[in-house]
Design a protein around this ligand. Structure first.
Ligand code: DHB
Length: 395
């Protein structure tokens, strides 16, 4: 038996992109249904990003879920880099004319958006099996899924796909897989410093981040072959100490892990971010290595542009925004891909790059630590580039 329903926009994926898109559409009076393969608890259990650009902060405010973020989030006007025992502070606020970022966990942001769904009357189906999209080229595309032994079919005007595979052949995929991953640990311990520290050490990259003044998030570069089971909490803390400077070691407070996991590093872009009436947003369309903290912020920008385009379609009967969606977002996506790749190449160890690779990396860091111009470049990218860059650009 098939249960058939109708909506204006069917959204695949109830991560931050899907929930945010749903909220923006609901606020504009457009019907949307979100379909998610996993449970809500699983979505919340994925510990991800922690740094929000202004574009993301503004969007959460726009949909009315920013209160807890402003209460509990930490505004950061700079971060530190550590290399050869030297610390170098990137003073984002000074270098960008007053801009900053908000340190607030993706898990918390997702929880805030989940809590707001009921008030917004935004239906969300969790644990939907075999989610599939059909007839994307036609006027009435369909989305099907199975739940509780029943096949469900949603007929819609558009799909906003925030997590799904791309139809093979329809879209060009650009991909780079890095030869290492990040082992992350979350603990209820005060952070080692009040700002983030990105560390390039001979033993590999590490990052000291935080979720609050009492909860820390740390990462270690590890080989792709590494298994999380091989890392006791003590082994993690010992390795982190070996990558920190004396000041960091003295300030480090250790404790039991709340979560530990390994994430591979990947650069991925799908072009275009559209196939017929299906629009890709967030991770479905692009992945960045996490080093520049860009993933969630790119997703938020996609959603901002896509929601505005869908609203224009339904309220003004104009498809100009939908036509412009993919090229407009891709231009910014590629710039963030470039920054994330570059910042990764600057801070990680690449043994396969050989002696010349190591020397070039040294020169790059030496330049960054001693050039105001180089610091400007990092700060401008880290706080987030503008949505549009003016005329021209790659086609
Ligand atoms: C965090 C993750 C990042 O990738 C990053 O660049 C900064 C912070 C984090 O999880 O806190």
């Amino acid at each position: 038996m098939t249960a058939r329903t109708r909506t204006q926009v069917a959204i695949v994926g109830a991560g931050p992109s899907g929930l945010l898109l749903g909220q923006l559409l609901a606020k504009a009076g457009i019907d949307a249904v979100i379909v998610e393969r996993q449970t809500g608890a699983h979505v919340l259990g994925r510990i991800r990003a922690g740094v929000l650009e202004q574009v993301c902060v503004d969007l959460l405010d726009e949909v009315g879920v920013g209160a807890r973020m402003h209460r509990e989030g930490l505004v950061h006007g700079g971060f530190e880099m550590l290399w050869r025992g030297q610390r170098h502070r990137i003073d984002m606020r000074r270098l960008t004319g007053g801009k900053s970022v908000m340190v607030y966990g993706q898990t918390e942001l997702t929880r805030d958006l989940m809590d707001a769904r009921h008030a917004a009357d935004l239906p969300t189906v969790y644990e939907a099996a075999n989610v599939a999209v059909h007839e994307l080229d036609e006027a009435w595309p369909r989305l099907t899924y199975e739940k509780n032994g029943l096949t469900h079919e949603i007929v819609c005007d558009f799909h906003g796909v925030c997590r799904a595979s791309v139809p093979p052949g329809a879209i060009t995929v650009y991909e780079k897989v890095y030869p290492f991953g990040w082992l992350g640990l979350l603990s209820d311990t005060p952070p080692v410093s009040h700002e983030l520290i990105y560390v390039n050490s001979p033993r590999g990259f590490s990052l000291c981040s935080m979720r609050s003044s009492t909860r820390s998030r740390y990462y270690l570069q590890v080989p792709l072959t590494e298994k999380v089971e091989n890392w006791s909490d003590d082994a993690f803390w010992d390795e982190l100490r070996l990558r920190l400077d004396d000041r960091g070691c003295a300030a480090l407070v250790t404790g039991p892990s709340l979560e530990k996991s390994i994430a591979p590093l990947r650069s991925f872009v799908a072009e275009p971010l559209r196939f017929g009436r299906m629009f890709l947003a967030g991770d479905a369309g692009h992945i960045v290595p996490p080093t520049g903290a860009k993933g969630l912020n790119l997703a938020a920008t996609d959603v901002k542009v896509l929601a505005a385009a869908l609203i224009e379609h339904f309220h003004e009967r104009s498809d100009a925004g939908l036509e412009a969606y993919s090229p407009r977002c891709l231009r910014r996506v590629w710039r963030a891909e470039r920054f994330s790749w570059w910042f990764t190449s600057l801070t990680h160890r690449f043994p396969e790059g050989g002696a010349i690779g190591a020397r070039l990396q040294d020169a790059e860091l030496d330049y960054l630590f001693h050039s105001e111009h180089a610091a400007h470049t990092v700060a401008e990218n880290y706080v987030g580039l503008p949505l549009d860059f003016g005329e021209g650009g790659p086609s």
